[in-house]
Design a protein around this ligand. Sequence first.
Ligand SMILES: NC(=O)C[C@H](N)C(=O)O
Length: 167
Amino acid sequence: MNQNYNEEKIQIIVTGGTIDSYYDIDACTTLCHQQTAIPEFITKFAQIPDCEFELTEICMKDSRKINHQDLEKISTAISLSNCNRHIITHGTFTLFDNARRLQTLLAHNHQQVVIFTGAMWPLVGFSPNDAGFNLGSAFIAARLAQPGIYVAFNGKLYQPDDLEGLH
Ligand SMILES: NC(=O)C[C@H](N)C(=O)O
């Protein structure tokens, strides 16, 4: 495990979800982008330089399709990173479930700050939307929270056991 953490840098782990989706007119629903829209948004609109974040793409899936292997990849990505602050963008359907499942995969005494977030509307192409708001709150939480796993949503910071889910 890497103990020389870069305190300034945040690892952004993307998994898909509506936050990272577009509206597909043929399917009449939102579908995940092929390539994440998160880094461009935070560089352009939050003016966060790329030296302050590291991007790890695990998958681009609706959260109902996230499986145990994906969660293991997330856990490994956290352990191998030299960041100890992480934001996981994730679909809302299984966001709390997977926050609880990740808790069982990370080492018991981990020193990581892990913030799950997502949105009910896509980050790009929908205005106004809740995505930038939730993402911004996840950044502040990642910078200020004590080690642990949390969910930043609707202006609140939850523990994984606080809610069953968001729907
Ligand atoms: N709002 C959402 O993110 C729902 C979604 N499609 C999901 O991946 O769970």
